[in-house]
Design a binder for this molecule. Sequence first.
Ligand SMILES: Cc1ncc(COP(=O)(O)O)c(C=O)c1O
Length: 453
Amino acid sequence: MIDQSHANAELARRDLRHIWHPCTQMHDHQHVPMVPIVRGEGAWLIDAGGRRYLDGISSWWTNLFGHANPRIAAALAEQARTLEHVIFAGFTHPVAIELAERLVALTPQGLDKVFFADNGSAAIEVALKMSFHYWLNQGHGGKTRFIALTGSYHGETLGALSVSDVALYRKTYAPLLLTPMLAPSPDAYEGEPGESPEHVAMRRLAAMRVLLEGHAHETCAVIVEPLVQCAGGMRMHHAAFLTGLRALCDQYNVHLIADEIAVGFGRTGTLFACEQAHVAPDFMCLSKGLTGGTLPLSAVLTTQQVYDAFYAEYNAGKAFLHSHSYTGNPLACRAALETLNIFRDEPVLERNRTLATHLARRLAPLRDHPNVADLRQHGMIAAVELVADKASRRTFPSEERRGLRVYLHGLGRGALLRPLGNVIYFMPPYVVSEGEIDHLVDVAIEGITHAVA
Ligand SMILES: Cc1ncc(COP(=O)(O)O)c(C=O)c1O
C-alpha cells in the first residue's frame, strides 16, 4: 500500500472534488492514488509528504534537463518581467524571431519557415491543414486525404486523432473523424520470425508504394512518427523506411509530414530522428522537448515552396488562416531558446549516448525473462514488451491491467513508470545519472515480477 501523508491525502481529496484529469477513468482513483507533486528537482518529483519519485517518463516525454531547471527558470523570470505575451498577428517579438532562426539552422536543410502553435496536437492540425491548403492553392483540390501508419499516434484533437490508429483513443470518436488510409507500420516487432528490421522496412515500403500508386491523386501527405511510434507502444523501425518513404513521396507528389513531437530534441540519439535517415520532410512538427518540458509550445517547420503557394495579393484568398491566442508566446519561446542554449553549451547528445549504453546494459538480462517477448531501444527510449507466453507472443488480456501493477509498484518504490498497456518503457530526462537509471531498472524488474505473478 502506498503511504500517503496527511498533506497528500488532503490535496488529493480537493483535486478529486473538482478536477477531471486527462487520459484517466476517474473511477480508478477509488483505488489508484492521486499523487500531488509540489516540487521538482532534476529527474525527481517530490510529493506533499516529501516522498520522491524518479521521473522515468520525463512527465509525458517533455522534460529534457530536469524539473525546475535553474537556467530555464532564470530565463523565464527575466522574460516574465520584460514581455509575457503579445498578439502574434501584425506584431512580433525578438524571442520568437531568434527561436525561428535557430530552429531553421538546426533542423534538416530546406525547412526555412516556422509556424508556431501551442501544443503537439495543434501542430499536427496545422501541418494537415497547410498540406491540404497547399495543394488547393496549387489547383489540386482533389487532394483531400492523408496516409497514416497502423499503430500511429499524433494527438487527440479531431484532426490529429483522425490520423492516429490507437484504438483506445480513436474507436469511440471514429464517427466524428476524417478517414485516412492506413499503411502497415514498419514496426520491427511485427516482422516475420528472424526477419531484420531493415527487411521489414523494405516490405512496408512496397506496401506504401501500392497505396500511393492507387491513391496519390487524392492524397495530400503521408504522416509518420520517425523511428519510434511512441503512444502506440514504443514500436521502433529501421531508418531505411524513412529514406525510402521520402523518395516515394517525391515520386508520387505527396507531402511527407514528420511528427517529431515525441522523438525530437535528442531522444533517439540525434537532435532530430529524421537525421538518421538523411531526409528532410515537407513539414516537421515539434513540441514537448522544445521548451525543455517547461511550457506548452509547438512549431511546424516547412519549406519556402509551401510558403510561396500561400503568398499572394490579399484578395486572391490564399492566406493560411489558422491561429491560437497564445501562438508564439514569449515565455514559452524563451524557455525554448534556453533549452537550445543548453544543447549548444553542453555535450548533451554525447552524454546521452553513454546513458543509453548504460540503460541497455542494465536492461539486457530481461531478454531471457519468460514474459518478455522483446526488448528494444533507440537512444533514450527503451521498451520491454510483456507477454503471457514468450514463444507464441500471446498477450495478457488488457482487462488484467498488468502495466498498472508495474505503475503502482513503481509509486511505492519511488519511481514514476507509466506503462503503455503491457509495454514497460524508459524515457528519462537527460540529467538522469547512471545510479538513477539503476534505480529505475531495478524497480521495473521487481514490478514486472510482481505484475506477471
Ligand atoms: C508523436 C506525438 N504527436 C503528437 C502528440 C500530441 O501532443 P500534445 O499532447 O501536446 O497534444 C503526441 C503526444 O504524446 C505525440 O507523442
